[in-house]
Design a protein around this ligand. Structure first.
Ligand SMILES: O=C(CO)[C@H](O)[C@H](O)[C@H](O)CO
Ligand SMILES: [Mn+2]
Length: 289
């Protein structure tokens, strides 16, 4: 098991440059940095080559996260939007591969966060999402990339809310590089049991996000970490465990994640770093790796 952190912990915008964080997370002792792929198409090949080399020099693995916008929704009823989504993913995956990234996770099958002011067509969106992921899976596979469908809570997405729904979705796609992704923050809202949800995903679990029920760093709240760790060991999970804390207000990240109060207790950057480092030690101890 390898441990990482989403660099957005320190940032307010998905567009923030992630390059400078590679050395920071290495210094803090992480194995992985997760970067936002939302704006990766704006990086030059030279930028990507430098980041890839810096990661290599620091023994850091990169993974990617993404919440596709409404205009690039693979499950949209509008075929022009689905087509734009496919073109966006092909370009994004091509650039993601330049960083030697093997895992991308998020609401790849839909868009994020969902606009619930419009009527919801879960069945139709799911069917189009399965088809959309099916149709980009081989493109990703040729680049050595796994597509991990994140199980999100009801307030952020409607297509896949539980591990069981995630497994059914992934089985319907039926491609070996399409996997289920769980996140303890979302599981805390939707699952009856953390352990059972992880066991339900079993060998199909491709990526794992951690965070407390209020998205503080692991170890500061009441997620049953011991139960989570036992289940991950039970299914012999050897993939990435990436903490995804959000504790600061502001910017697009603050509003997409609905952070309306400072959960960092006024932490400066040094304290943010120390909290991340302590959460890493806690995670290695309780989850393994
Ligand atoms: O858990 C999440 C959203 O609540 C997701 O992992 C990411 O924040 C999203 O995909 C944006 O990268
Ligand atoms: Mn997540």
């Amino acid at each position: 098991m390898k441990h990482g952190i989403y660099y957005s912990y320190w940032e307010k915008e998905w567009s923030a440059k992630f390059g400078p964080y590679v050395e920071k997370v290495a210094r803090l002792g992480f194995d992985i940095i997760e970067v936002a792929a939302h704006h990766i198409n704006e990086y030059s090949d030279a930028d990507l080559a430098i980041i890839r080399q810096t990661a290599k020099d620091n023994n850091i693995i990169l993974t990617a996260g993404i919440g596709p916008s409404k205009t690039r929704n693979l499950s949209s009823p509008d075929s022009a939007v689905r087509q734009a989504g496919r073109a966006f993913f092909e370009q994004t995956l091509t650039n993601v591969a330049k960083l030697d990234i093997k895992t991308i996770g998020g609401a790849l099958h839909s868009y994020w966060p969902v606009d619930y002011s419009k009527p919801v067509d879960k069945e139709g969106d799911r069917a189009r999402g399965v088809e959309g992921i099916h149709d980009i899976a081989d493109f990703a596979s040729d680049l050595g990339i796994n597509l991990c469908i994140e199980v999100l809570n009801r307030f952020e997405n409607h297509v896949v809310n539980t591990a069981a729904e995630g497994v059914a979705f992934v089985k319907d796609v039926g491609k070996p590089n399409v996997k289920v992704m769980l996140d303890t923050f979302h599981m805390n809202i939707e699952e009856d049991s953390f352990g059972e949800a992880i066991r339900t995903a079993g060998p199909l679990l491709g990526h794992f996000h951690t965070g407390e029920s209020n998205r503080r760093v692991p170890g500061k709240g009441r997620i049953p970490w011991h139960e989570v760790g036992l289940a991950l060991r039970d299914i012999k999970y050897t993939g990435a465990v990436v903490m995804e804390p959000f504790v600061k207000t502001g910017g697009t990240i603050g509003s997409d994640i609905r952070v309306w109060r400072d959960l960092s207790e006024g932490a400066d950057e040094a304290k943010m770093d120390e909290d991340a480092k302590n959460a890493l030690a806690f995670s290695r101890f309780v989850l393994g790796g």
